[in-house]
Design a protein around this ligand. Structure first.
Ligand code: ATP
Ligand code: MG
Length: 487
């Protein structure tokens, strides 16, 4: 086991508190992590000093909440040590709404403070002033050894006080690879519906930690087993028992979870893990027919919409929502050596965005491995990358045309408006087909020619150009139909 030592920044803070006559303990998750030889994500100090007393002792500190937590800034370059949370001992008052104590009460002793903590393995305190002894009032060390998640006190009561603990139990089980003790597990099953009372932001943060944990795939299955998935991501449940076609051996749910598991094994970032979990989420909704020849036409388009709805509901950031949704939308690309032309690869880049290609390929890999019967072979992906390299400097975006909107306005002597956009999109489609057309002489000639058309005709033409793009995607679908029975 790795030995993690208490950093000097923490010892210094404890020293200042002691000199002023106060107590100082490390508490919560960081003590648990020290005991199992893991580097803590953050360090929490508990003290009998009141928030205003803490602030007086540390000039560089902030107190912006009502929970007794003062953020003490340090000069450490380690991100986990930049701000140390120093919190006054607390006991929590009565809970009437399953999420907030009616009042926050400061306590006098560390023992009282430990009693309000959620799980035995989170209820340790490590003395920072004497011999570094660990206070363990609830046999948390035994549970750590036996790898067990157990609430401090009566599980039902504790889950009723704060229903986020339901999700935290699953998150810790996934993170640590622990089992949930029987009474705790039964109480979770019984109280699962209470999670609905919890603010979406708090659910989001725990769910994100679950997805980033090594046991994320097991975590999703646990959520389902205890009845929590229904309240968090019911859309995933539609895949349970939903069989696929002759090219798959797993149900949609199992496949999604296995794809996530691959992304976790590869330590891929959050967005790729989510896109892997959600990539086939719309297959149950789009399934046509049954048995070996069933099809899932448009599941990537519907799936992107469902993904957006889920992530928006869970209050994820715009950046995360856009990225994950885009990866789900694009996951079903067709590539076969010798079949897809350079123009096809340019259209692929136009649709996906070159900056998203590496991530999309990771999702594709997760999809492939998660299917249990890997289809596309990696050499195809290598060939696609080779083709991308080949067309790399070709124009694939309106901004890459030698004529821009401003130029066209000048050349045609017309004002800004939808007509410019229509002409530009027609020009881009032509250039995607043949990059040699991206020269001033041709584009000028063509713009003038297009200008002769009525607005109505232009709309029709630009629509046709767009359809061509879709037709290309449709072409992918046709190929898919032949090869993968996805129609
Ligand atoms: P992590 O490694 O993810 O930081 P952690 O155990 O430190 O895990 P935090 O969310 O940082 O978890 O909380 C710190 C400590 O505060 C916990 O270990 C636990 O003792 C206590 N705690 C946090 N949330 C709750 C809660 N909802 N109910 C009871 N105690 C809680
Ligand atoms: Mg923590």
């Amino acid at each position: 086991m790795r030995v993690v030592v208490v950093p000097k920044e923490i010892k210094e803070i404890a020293g200042v508190l002691e000199k002023a006559g106060f107590e100082a303990y490390l508490v919560g998750g960081c003590v648990r992590d020290l005991l199992i030889g893991k580097k803590p994500k953050d360090w929490d100090v508990a003290t009998n000093a009141r928030p205003e007393e803490i602030q007086k002792l540390f000039s560089d500190s902030v107190y912006e909440n009502q929970f007794g937590t003062v953020g003490v800034k340090t000069e450490s370059s380690d991100s986990t040590l930049k701000v140390i949370e120093v919190t006054t001992y607390r006991i929590e008052g009565k809970y009437t709404d399953k999420r907030h104590p009616d009042e926050v009460k400061f306590a006098k002793t560390i023992e009282e403070d430990l009693g309000r903590r959620d799980f035995t393995i989170n209820a340790f305190a490590k003395d920072l002033l004497k011999k570094g002894e660990v206070i363990d009032l609830y046999d948390g060390q035994k549970d750590l050894e036996n790898k067990i998640i157990r609430t401090v006190g009566d599980p039902k009561k504790r889950f009723c006080e704060d229903a986020l603990r339901l999700l935290r139990a699953i998150r810790f089980a996934s993170e640590l690879g622990f089992e949930i003790e029987k009474n705790t597990l039964e109480a979770i099953q019984e109280c699962a519906g209470s999670i609905e009372a919890i603010a979406k932001e708090r659910i989001r943060d725990e769910f994100a930690k679950l997805i980033m944990s090594d046991g994320a795939a097991r975590g999703i299955i646990l959520l389902e087993d205890v009845g929590l998935l229904k309240y968090i991501i019911p859309e995933l449940r539609e895949g349970i028992g939903c069989s696929q076609n002759k090219h798959h051996i797993y149900t949609v749910f199992d496949h999604n979870v296995r794809a996530l598991n691959y992304a976790v094994e590869k330590k891929y970032p959050f967005e790729i893990r989510l896109a892997s979990l959600f990539h086939d989420i719309a297959k149950p909704k789009t399934k046509a027919g049954d048995g070996p020849d069933s099809t899932f036409y448009n599941h990537e388009i519907v799936g992107a919409k469902i993904t957006l709805k889920i992530l928006d509901r869970l209050r994820f950031s715009k950046e995360i929502i856009e990225k994950v949704t885009h990866l789900v939308r694009c996951h079903l690309f067709y590539y076969n050596v010798g079949e897809v032309t350079e123009a096809g690869v340019r259209r692929f880049l136009n649709r996906v965005g070159p900056e998203n290609v590496p991530d999309l390929i990771k999702v594709r890999e997760a999809d492939r491995i998660g299917s249990g019967v890997p289809k596309a072979v990696p050499y195809k992906i290598r060939h696609l990358l080779f083709m991308i390299e080949k067309v790399k400097s070709d124009p694939i975006h309106p901004k890459m045309l030698v004529l821009r909107g401003d130029d066209i306005m000048k050349i045609l002597n017309i004002p800004a408006g939808p007509k410019i956009g229509q002409i530009l999109s027609i020009l881009l489609e032509e250039v995607l087909d043949d990059p040699k057309k991206n020269n001033r002489e041709y584009l000028e000639f063509r713009a003038k020619e297009l200008n002769l058309f009525s607005e109505k005709d232009l709309i029709a033409q630009s629509k046709k150009a767009k359809e061509k793009k879709e037709e290309f995607e449709g072409g992918i679908e046709n190929e898919m139909k032949k090869k993968y029975y996805v129609r």
